[in-house]
Design a protein around this ligand. Structure first.
Ligand code: E4P
Length: 219
């Protein structure tokens, strides 16, 4: 089981990485845009997150043809051994993924919305597929059931589900209970998974007991 953080907000990502709470960082072009970054910032972001301990760092290739995707993927692959190339689950993307895998590149096929796509990605030998739970639900579909079925399809193939578009800790727990191993979510969702008010209240009580004990000793 692993958590990844789905963000390009360097402050939010830093705190999760340096506290060793996530295994790595996932991004895509819209995530970069949301943090006022562009694909030109990819090398600096990679260097920063590598130095902060990210084990895997995901950037998405871009382009409307397979050739363009392969050309842009080369820049991502060359960043270093922690780089994982994300490729969208389109006709051109599947062709790019196939070539990348054959060349030994670690690939994640993203925006997976059907079991056929999940199966196709696994036949190519990609490392991860990323189905989008929240967006499946937005479309009125049973995202939990569909992603659970994808997990069953790829189990034992060497391709793993890295679930995305997770909007609450409960989304993560439900998928994990159904065998999904890897999760990427916004910093706020990761932090919400760690925190409950009752745990904080218990911790405050423990601390108060320590302080009372210390002040009793001093008297
Ligand atoms: C992953 O690559 C996507 O950015 C992400 O998980 C989408 O989340 P959203 O549907 O909440 O925007």
């Amino acid at each position: 089981l692993r958590f990844y953080v789905d963000s390009a907000n360097v402050d939010d990502v830093s705190t999760l990485l340096t506290d060793h709470l996530v295994h790595g960082v996932t991004t895509n072009p819209t995530i970069l845009e949301r943090s006022n970054r562009t694909v030109h910032d990819i090398p600096a972001l990679y260097a920063r997150w590598e130095s902060e301990g990210a084990e895997e760092i995901f950037f998405q290739t871009w382009g409307s043809t397979t050739d363009e995707m392969l050309q842009n993927a080369e820049g991502i692959r060359a960043l270093g051994e922690r780089a994982v190339v994300k490729v969208p689950a389109t006709r051109a993307g599947f062709a790019a993924a196939s070539t990348l895998v054959a060349a030994g590149t670690r690939v994640l096929v993203t925006a997976v919305y059907s079991q056929g796509q999940a199966l196709a990605a696994a036949t190519l030998g990609v490392r991860y597929i990323a189905p989008y739970l929240g967006r499946l639900k937005d479309a009125g579909r049973d995202g939990i059931a569909e992603i659970t079925a994808m997990q069953a399809l790829v189990a034992g193939t060497g391709t793993d589900v890295l679930a995305a578009s997770l909007r609450t800790p409960h989304d993560i727990v439900e998928l994990a209970a159904n065998g999904v191993p890897f999760f990427t979510a916004a910093p706020s969702v990761i932090l919400a998974a760690l925190q409950t008010d009752v745990s904080d209240a218990s911790a405050a009580e423990f601390d108060a007991a320590v302080q009372r004990g210390l002040s009793d000793r001093q008297e």
